[in-house]
Design a protein around this ligand. Structure first.
Ligand code: NDP
Ligand code: GDR
Length: 370
């Protein structure tokens, strides 16, 4: 039985990857951070009572800033594969916490690589590093592929640049099976609530149900190449099953503006929007509603711009070239953008119908839509 260790197992990708590896018969170990509240919501359905025999999912307390802890866990687990998904992954927040991001997202990667090397596991343990399309930053070439030069535009992307190159360096210097997956944006019903797609699908559902009137976004003009996280974790696994270690771009090859993602999300609920004005005065207004169950009104302003969501330096256009992963990994994604939005809206609608039911019954629910 193969053993995998996942850093960031409590995050979006960690949860889907754990599920995938368990379904393939792996023993899965995950590193979770100690927090004052439970932080395992995304993997609770996979939880196995550690007192039972034959447990396949095991969690360890740890942190990517703590070398001794990482080294001990890797020594105990002796993993065949490590997936380094742990990171402070929010680009906007990285401008507020640049040193921390450098430590976790940059040096954290080094700590994993060096632990494997010092423990003499270089021949046994394969390492996947969660690299990102944010490395491309300021457009140098489109579509972006494995050979496109990097130009990072945020403390997050600069830290991930270190993670990318230290992975390449350890592969070349110590002959380690260490690979970068340069993944373009991928989303799902498990996506963190402050990333733009989930913020939009949550707000669209709440507005349709009459729980909220308006929501606020920043730059609507940037373009992203969005896929479904379920498809992307499969690509991570495929990367570590290759004969030799290589880096791969994982993307759909289609790019869409934030504005169109908003339109498509409301359209999924039968609500047609019209955008008016420009820059910070742009708004989106309801043009028609094709669903009598929703209390939303024609003419209602559902979206306004709040400049606080703009970034000091923006990444305007991401569009990946998936040729290499299609050819070498035979990677075939199941979801297109419409399918992704349908999945996210379906899940958020269920969530907020439950909220509305509770509110109607006199219970308070939390309003969090930053
Ligand atoms: P999430 O933000 O959903 O999850 C990040 C995970 O990292 C969480 O489990 C978090 O723990 C953990 N983490 C944060 N800080 C630390 C730390 N100091 N020590 C240990 N663990 C830590 O991210 P995603 O699942 O979306 O992304 C997974 C990885 O892929 C990240 O590295 C991200 O940068 C990268 N990536 C993501 C893309 C995307 O579109 N989703 C695209 C390209 C790359 P906790 O739950 O306690 O906060
Ligand atoms: P990104 O994702 O920065 O691409 O990083 P995010 O969803 O945060 O932003 C995408 C684009 O939307 C614009 N935007 C807003 N973004 C947020 N979060 N909130 C808003 O209100 C808002 N309004 C407009 C942003 O300016 C940006 O252009 C994600 C993360 O998962 C990274 O970890 C990962 O590496 C990259 O994707 C690939």
């Amino acid at each position: 039985m193969k053993k995998a260790l996942i850093t960031g197992i409590t995050g979006q990708d960690g949860a889907y990857l754990a599920e995938l590896l368990l379904s393939k018969g792996y023993e899965v170990h995950g590193i979770k951070r100690r927090s004052s509240l439970f932080n395992t919501d995304r993997i609770d359905h996979l939880y196995q009572d550690p007192h039972e025999k034959g447990v396949k999912l095991k969690l360890h307390y740890g942190d990517l800033t703590d070398s001794m802890n990482l080294t001990r866990i890797i020594q105990e687990v002796q993993p065949d594969e490590i997936y380094n998904l742990g990171a402070m992954s929010h680009v906007r927040v990285s401008f507020d916490t640049p040193e921390y991001v450098g430590n976790v997202d940059g040096l954290g990667t080094l700590r994993i690589l060096e632990a494997v090397r010092l423990l003499g596991l270089t021949e046994k343990t394969k390492i996947y590093q969660a690299s990102t399309s944010e490395l491309y930053g300021l457009v140098q070439e489109v579509p972006q592929k494995e050979t496109t030069p990097f130009y990072p535009r945020s403390p997050y992307a600069v830290a991930k640049l270190y993670g990318y190159w230290i992975t390449v360096n350890y592969r070349e210097a110590y002959n380690m099976f260490a690979c970068n997956g340069i993944l373009f944006n991928h989303e799902s019903p498990l996506r963190g609530e402050t990333f733009v797609t989930r913020k939009i699908t949550r707000a669209a559902c709440r507005i349709a149900l009459g729980l909220q009137e308006t929501f606020y976004l920043g730059n609507l003009n940037s373009k992203r190449d969005w896929g479904h996280a379920k498809d992307y974790v499969n690509a991570m696994w495929l990367i570590l099953q290759q004969e030799k270690p290589e880096d791969f771009v994982i993307a759909t090859g289609i790019t869409t503006t934030i504005r169109d993602f908003v339109k498509m999300s409301f359209a999924e609920l039968g609500i047609e929007l019209e955008f008016k004005g420009d820059n910070i005065d742009e708004i989106a207004v309801v043009k028609s509603v094709d669903n009598k169950d929703y209390p939303i009104k024609v003419g209602q302003t559902v979206l306004k711009i709040d400049p606080k969501y703009f970034r000091p330096t923006e990444v305007d256009l991401l569009i990946g070239d998936p040729s290499k992963c299609k050819e070498k990994l035979n990677w075939v994604p199941e979801y297109d953008l419409k399918g992704l939005i349908k999945d996210m809206i379906g899940s958020d609608l269920k969530l907020f119908k439950k909220d509305r039911y509770l509110m109607e019954g006199g219970h308070n629910t939390l309003n969090y839509f930053e």
